[in-house]
Design a protein around this ligand. Structure first.
Ligand code: SF4
Length: 350
């Protein structure tokens, strides 16, 4: 399997097969940097060196009646995370504005729970209206769970650009990660949002005990759904959740998963999402050569690296943030004279 031949085909508007996607995941570590370069050609063909920065606002956190095994907000979760009910309208706007001021081109308004009531949709709709009035160029994505009839239209009518509802894993693995709703519920919500003019944002979480075949399965299921935007999360195994302690990914595997998603999804926005700091570690910048989007700063219940550090990482890599082209000046970190190790009584830095 030649990654450059796959890249040529995707750039020409073609597709790769599930067997080829599986072969990408199974490349050896020593072939992974060449794979990143090939996936990077696809990324640059469709998105140049631009980066789309998204910012998460958790409108309502914890206390969910659903039991998604990976989630720190699930029913019975003992994870030590923030739990609060709906933010006030003004607090929600202030949180969103903090991300926009830092350069976010899309704000994601997220609430825990199975799905919103009509009153919840009205509440979020008012926030969307005000955000769009103040920042017409900023995209707003709502993520409120499983939608009922009529709710996607209401959100679209208030100015929402997109709706996020992740498939999270393959249909064949779904029973292993959730028992309170099924795959069809998730798929139907994405379809429902699309049918009513909202851009479909739907992605996955890798590292939940799925097989390589199941990663390929969910990649193609997301493509069949017409996802325009594909967040790729790597499991954050919170203590107090059933998946606590799962640590099955390596940084190189994460890069192969991202490359496989880029090949399967071609021009879509591929977003390196939660878990990038923990799982990619020092290889984080390589993920930007495959993905054209990331979340700035913190996630819903976990802290990310400092937002300034995210922006610096993008600027250092030569990426341009869409909608915020001016790079903030960077001061060289102070040089610190060595006062430890050889020639000193202090322990060596080793
Ligand atoms: S993923 Fe969503 S629906 Fe599932 S437990 Fe977490 S907040 Fe609830």
């Amino acid at each position: 399997m030649d990654p450059n031949a796959l890249a040529d085909r995707v750039i020409a508007g073609g597709t790769i097969t599930p067997d080829e996607a599986l072969a990408v995941l199974r490349l050896p570590d020593e072939a992974t940097y060449s794979l990143v370069a090939a996936a990077g050609r696809v990324r640059r063909h469709f998105h140049g060196n631009t980066m789309k920065v998204n910012y998460l606002v958790s409108l309502k956190s914890g206390k969910c009646p659903e039991d998604c095994f990976y989630c720190s907000q699930r029913l019975g979760s003992e994870a030590d995370v923030l739990k609060y009910t709906w933010l006030s309208h003004d607090d929600a706007l202030a949180a969103a504005n903090a991300g926009i001021a830092a350069g976010a081109g899309r704000v994601c308004l997220v609430a825990s729970g199975r799905g919103p009531s009509n009153r919840d949709v009205d509440r979020v709709g008012e926030i969307i209206r005000d955000l769009k009035r103040e920042h017409p160029d900023v995209e707003v994505c709502a993520c409120l769970g499983i939608l009922k009839e009529g709710q996607a239209e209401r959100l679209a009518g208030c100015g929402a650009d997109a709706y996020n509802h992740n498939l999270n894993t393959a249909e064949s693995h779904y029973d292993e990660i959730c028992t309170t709703h099924d795959y069809a519920d998730r798929r139907e919500t994405v379809q429902h949002a699309r049918e009513h003019g909202l851009s479909a944002c739907s992605g996955l979480i890798a590292g939940m005990g799925e097989t390589d075949e199941q990663l390929v399965e969910v990649a193609f299921q997301l493509r069949d759904l017409g996802a325009d935007s594909v967040p790729v999360n790597f499991l954050l195994p919170f203590d107090g959740t059933p998946l606590a302690g799962h640590a099955e990914l390596t940084p190189q595997q994460c890069l192969r998963i991202l490359a496989m998603i880029r090949f399967v999804h071609g021009p879509a926005d591929v977003r390196v999402s939660a878990g990038r700091e923990q799982h990619l570690r020092s290889l984080q910048p390589l993920s930007l050569e495959i993905c054209n989007s990331l979340f700035l700063g913190d996630y819903l219940t976990a802290e990310g690296q400092a937002g300034e550090q995210d922006l610096r990482m993008l600027a250092d890599g030569g990426y341009v943030v869409r909608g915020a082209e001016d790079v903030p000046p960077h001061e060289l970190p102070q040089v610190i004279a060595r006062r430890r190790g050889a020639g000193t009584p202090a322990p060596a830095n080793a």
